[in-house]
Write a protein that binds this ligand. Sequence first.
Ligand code: ZN
Length: 198
Amino acid sequence: MDLYSGHINKLIEELSKLPGIGAKSAQRLAFHLINLPKERVDRLAASMVDARANVRYCTECFTLTEQDICPICANQKRDHQTIMVVENTRDLAAYEKTGKYAGVYHVLHGAISPMLGIGPNDIRLKELMKRLQADVQEVIIATNSSLEGETTAMYISKLIKPTGIKVTRIASGVPVGGDLEYIDEITLLRALEGRTEL
Ligand code: ZN
């Protein structure tokens, strides 16, 4: 039975495909949007289309950016010999917010998860190895302390070890299963300072 108009059903269907949005939330959002002034909905829709059209991956570190090379990679004052490996752009933003990390990053866009069928080729690992052909002194692995994050850290460390480049892992002051983006700056800095060689 079709309770709502086809247009609303379509909107609910699309919203429910977003991460963290269940059927109920999708319904609530759809009705909220329908009740907004038309200009606000136009602005929201336009900002989505605009972001999608103008944001791309940095060709160096694969974070999201509007240029070919992101401002961090383009900054010659940063230490390009130290690369911090994170799972996603949100984790990069969390470390960047501390203002205390002077190196550059590498964004994997995921973590290895045999359970979810995500293998080394599904994340930006080849791209990291390619970057290591340049003059790199240290790779800091700052993946989350979840099972997937630890699996990824071990995998990367085994891969890099033969190159002779120093590989470190941030300290486990970060709670297990904790997403880096939710952890406060002091904890992040402590994890970074307390990093150990793998
Ligand atoms: Zn970059």
